[in-house]
Write a protein that binds this ligand. Structure first.
Ligand SMILES: [Zn+2]
Ligand SMILES: [Zn+2]
Length: 74
């Protein structure tokens, strides 16, 4: 997996129950946004697979189309 990169330094984030950048000493949440309405998606865990649900569109969004951003945890 190389798509989980720190938004500040572009280094790969490590997963410790949350995404962490050792260089920046920062922790991030991975947030998905709806490709249709740009609302923040709700992450649903089912059978080990993650699904992303949009409460505005009232439908599941395909993970391949979801835009992800890393939000710093303060
Ligand atoms: Zn970093
Ligand atoms: Zn939506």
């Amino acid at each position: 997996m190389t798509d989980n990169l720190c938004p500040k330094c572009d280094k790969e984030l490590s997963w410790n129950g949350r995404y962490e950048c050792e260089s920046c000493n920062a922790a991030y949440l991975k947030v998905g946004y709806c490709p249709k309405c740009e609302s923040e998606l709700e992450k649903l865990q089912a059978c080990g697979a993650a699904n992303y649900f949009c409460n505005s569109c009232n439908e599941l969004q395909s993970k391949s189309k979801v835009r992800f951003e890393f939000k710093p945890i303060s």
